[in-house]
Design a protein around this ligand. Structure first.
Ligand code: WT7
Length: 645
């Protein structure tokens, strides 16, 4: 089944920017002459002061990454102002609300006015170049206005996904010392209200330092406003001037921070900078989706994740595209919503996650086939490996076998897509992200860091820098080096395993560290563990991923209770709710197994390899258990695993 190869459809090839020969030639040049290649493609942006230097990057010793370092520009001017002369009345953003009757088109001219106003509200509240602004907004146009307004005044935004808990929000505000938080009264998803302002209030009850909370009115629901701290956006916007000139920023000035989970400790503040990021986001958006002027483009991600940053807001708007922002969920009012929206707005390019595809696949073909989808030309997938079954359904049923699927592999850290097909150039194999984008040099290494050649399997590294690469972890450059460049000296380690086939195609097999991927959301098992052990009845916890039909991976928790505590079903529910409250709904455990003991080495290290195998129901391949302090623990865990669904 997965052996099948899908050639580039002739209709797509005709109109595409690059065919296979062009891809190969451009790729070759991009890696042989990065300065020449990126020096040329960097010109896709409007620079205030053009750069004279292109690439200045070092992976060892002392990691340092700079692109276009002496150029200056402004991101919002590139995403808005420069389009006004030719595209002022073109739709920049199509907003599709949670309620199917609620939608709206925002032109580039309107976007300009909205962003200027928002920028002036920020300024009126003391926000200056380099300040951090935390954004905790739902998927409404104001989220895009807020992001662009930050870039207009040179502030660094840190978006916290609106599904995160008050605790998670507080940690992220504190880490980057934001003095201002932008939020809404409530969010709206699947007909249900999400208490955003109340979450902000709860977060701010735990930490100091926030002086201003700007509240966008979305639902009009009752909320508390703290005198002297909280202000309504619409009231502030009425007080400020309509125009706001863009701040001149250096290419290497910080653009945004986005927190992401790693295998250890608290979330890392991934820092992206201005010039290289925007060059890379806009260029990948154009080539990977074969975006042409006039196309309607829809990425279903949330702006709380990097996909929303690069492929809802920055890439598309830098390209003068029409980008759709969807507030709702795929299954509301029914499981046909995506395809109804595609027809309603004549979407040409549609980009979503495998978990959504799998869940819609389960809801039956009728929801899809009832709609036309004739406007669709390109389909995309991101966030986790796509299983061939879901790929084929996406291709056959959704895309009516007309539309190439770009399976795009990348990470928060990479800023943009690194491994991907190009619609006009790449024959597709279901489940493979295929080949590197221009300038990207992947390699496969073994555990010792030895390069593996040809068709092989191992750990995925990138051997040299590309413009969209993260520059540091906010406030902790040493952790940046340690996390990404110390496993294999001089190489960027992705944390992913992969296979490379005889055609040089890459097949990402998933994380090789203690990070799991739940519905395309990245989760450090350590974070779930620390939430669990914070519960008074829990003495110890170990969390692993296990295969889950819809989510890709589910969250499996082994929990050891304090002496005297009863292992009841009610307690399981209590612990699930606890983690949900501590981190957010996306971290809710799927399965909890009470474990009187965990498999540990004699030095006390938990052997996660064994716990993963047991969670996967793979009892035959536990490997060597002889080094365990108490091998009987394993038998006990296996006996109890059988009783869980
Ligand atoms: C991890 C990064 C960047 C997009 C959203 C996720 C996994 C991402 C794919 C893909 C297989 C994928 C990897 C990666 N991943 N895309 N097309 N095929 N795996 O960003 O939260 O930073 O997670 O997502 O494991 O390391 P993220």
């Amino acid at each position: 089944m997965s052996g099948e190869v899908f050639p580039v459809p002739a209709s797509v090839a005709e109109a595409a920017y690059v065919d296979d020969a062009a891809y190969r030639a451009m790729y070759q040049r991009s890696v042989e002459d990065p300065d020449g290649f990126w020096g040329e493609h960097g010109k896709r942006l409007d620079w205030i002061k053009p750069y004279t230097k292109v690439k200045d990057t070092r992976y060892a010793p002392d990691v340092s990454i700079k692109w276009f370092e002496d150029g200056t520009l402004n991101v919002s001017a590139n995403c808005i102002d420069r389009h006004l002369a030719t595209r002022g009345d073109k739709t920049a953003i199509i907003f599709e609300g949670d309620d199917p009757n609620d939608s709206r088109h925002i032109t580039y001219r309107e976007l300009h006015a909205e962003v200027c106003r928002f920028a002036n509200v920020l300024k009126a509240h003391g926000v200056k170049k380099g300040d951090r602004v935390t954004i905790y907004l739902p998927m409404i146009p104001e989220a895009a206005y807020a992001m662009l307004a930050c870039t207009r005044v040179g502030a660094i935004h840190s978006i916290v996904f609106a599904g995160f808990s008050p605790d998670s929000l507080a940690g992220r505000i504190e880490d980057c010392a934001s003095k201002i938080v932008l939020t809404a009264d409530e969010g709206l998803r699947g007909g249900r209200k999400v208490a955003l302002k109340a979450n902000v209030d709860a977060a701010l009850a735990k930490i100091g330092g926030v002086e201003t909370v700007v509240v966008v009115k979305r639902t009009g629901g009752a909320i508390a406003m703290t005198e002297g701290r909280d202000v309504w956006y619409h009231e502030e916007a009425a007080k400020v001037p309509a125009d706001c000139p863009p701040e001149e920023m250096n290419a290497e000035d910080p653009l945004f921070i986005l927190y992401t989970s790693g295998s250890t400790g608290k979330p890392k503040g991934v820092l992206h900078t201005t010039g290289g990021y925007l060059v890379y986001a806009s260029m990948t958006h154009q080539y990977v989706f074969d975006y042409h002027d006039g196309d309607v483009y829809w990425c279903t991600a949330d702006v709380g994740w990097v996909t929303g940053h690069s492929y809802i807001v920055y890439g598309p708007l830098a390209n003068g595209a029409t980008t759709l922002m969807f507030e709702g969920v795929p299954t509301w009012p029914d499981a046909g919503r995506f395809w109804q929206v595609v027809d309603k707005h004549k979407v040409n390019i549609f980009y979503t996650a495998p978990t959504a595809i799998r869940s819609l696949m389960g809801a039956g073909n009728d929801h899809v086939t009832k709609t036309s989808r004739a406007s669709l030309r390109i389909l995309g997938s991101v966030g986790e490996p796509i299983n061939p079954e879901a790929w084929l359904w996406y291709h056959n049923v959704v895309g009516q076998q007309r539309c190439p699927i770009v399976d795009t592999w990348w990470q928060t850290e990479t800023g943009g897509i690194l491994i991907t097909p190009l619609p006009g150039a790449t024959a597709l194999k279901p489940g493979s992200a295929t080949r590197p984008f221009f300038g990207v040099q992947p390699a496969v290494v073994d555990a010792e860091g030895k390069f593996l050649e040809g068709a092989t399997e191992g750990n995925l590294v990138i051997t040299d820098s590309w413009p969209g690469q993260m520059r540091t972890i906010y406030g902790d450059h040493e952790r940046f080096e340690q996390t990404y460049f110390s496993t294999y000296k001089g190489l960027y380690f992705t944390g992913d395993g992969c296979r490379r086939d005889e055609d040089g195609y890459y097949w990402i097999t998933g994380r090789v560290d203690d990070v799991i991927n739940v519905s395309g959301h990245r989760m450090g098992t350590a974070e779930v563990e620390s939430a669990l052990v914070a519960h008074p009845k829990v003495s110890e916890a170990a969390v692993v991923g296990y295969p889950h039909d819809i989510k890709g991976q589910g969250i499996y928790c082994y929990v050891t209770l304090m002496a005297g505590e009863e292992p009841t079903e009610a307690l399981k529910k209590e612990l699930k709710d606890w983690v949900r409250r501590e981190i957010g709904p996306i971290a809710t455990p799927d399965l909890i197994q009470f474990a009187p003991g965990l498999p540990k080495t004699r030095s006390g290290k938990i052997m996660r390899r064994i716990l993963r195998k047991i969670a996967e129901n793979e009892f035959g391949s536990l490997g060597d258990t002889s080094t365990l302090a108490d091998p009987a623990v394993v038998t006990d865990l296996i006996d109890n695993r059988q009783n869980l669904k």
